[in-house]
Design a binder for this molecule. Structure first.
Ligand code: CA
Length: 227
């Protein structure tokens, strides 16, 4: 995981950098707002830790400019000013979390890890499409030829996984782990069952096994057709 730390207090910055590195994060450090913004705009980071009061461009302005530029990297703001109006202002600027100084390093780490766990929810693209099926990641809705399709949460997750991997064959075990979790019963036939549900809801009534949107690769798994 690659982190960018934008903090002008060199001593504190070095401590945070050292501690994060000891937790096996890759950490780049920017000591000014301008340098920080330039680095953050590359989009090469999994998360940003941004001090509010910085020489040059201040922390909130960095976040505003990033968001305006479509950079969705999660941001944790560090600040000496952590009273409620300040927090609200920070979150409104597009920050994801807010931590007042002084802070315990474990709390910084906990919040950072919470941010990183949320990365899996991508901002763009918002829509995945294949063979007339459109899946809106923001609204968790699915349409077929423009008509809404009613899916259960598990069906939706399975479809999303297939659509994110269009053209690739996903094994049954892979789907089981991704959609049902590592503790799912590998002996069951839940994957087969849900593929059947999806086909019934998504394929044209006249579809055959060969023309289904979800192709069975015998002995291997399933593959979403590429559109
Ligand atoms: Ca500062």
């Amino acid at each position: 995981m690659r982190i960018l730390l934008i903090e002008d207090e060199a001593r504190l910055a070095n401590i945070i950098q050292r501690l994060l590195r000891s937790e096996r994060f890759d950490v780049d450090l920017a000591l000014t707002g301008n340098e920080g913004l330039d680095l953050a705009l590359t989009g090469n980071y999994d998360a940003l830790i941004v001090d509010r009061m910085l020489p040059g461009i201040e922390g909130l302005e960095i976040i505003r400019q990033l968001r305006a530029d479509g950079v969705a990297t999660p941001v944790l703001i560090l600040t000496a000013r952590a009273d409620l109006p300040e927090r609200v202002e920070g979150l409104n600027a597009g920050a994801d979390d807010y931590l007042g100084k002084p802070f315990a390093f474990e709390e910084l780490l906990a919040r950072l890890r919470a941010l990183l766990r949320r990365i899996d929810r991508p901002i763009a693209p918002v829509t995945l499409s294949a063979g007339g099926i459109s899946l809106n990641l923001d609204q968790h809705t699915v349409t077929r030829q423009g008509d809404p399709v009613d899916l259960t949460q598990r069906e939706y997750l399975l479809l999303e996984t297939l659509m994110r991997n269009q053209g690739r064959v996903l094994t049954r075990d892979e789907l089981l782990e991704r959609v049902w979790g590592y503790d799912a019963d590998p002996q069951g036939n839940v994957v087969e069952l849900y593929i059947h549900y999806l086909r019934r809801k998504l394929d044209a009534p006249s579809a055959t096994a060969a023309s289904s949107l979800i192709r069975t690769v015998r002995g291997v798994g399933y593959q979403m057709m590429v559109s």
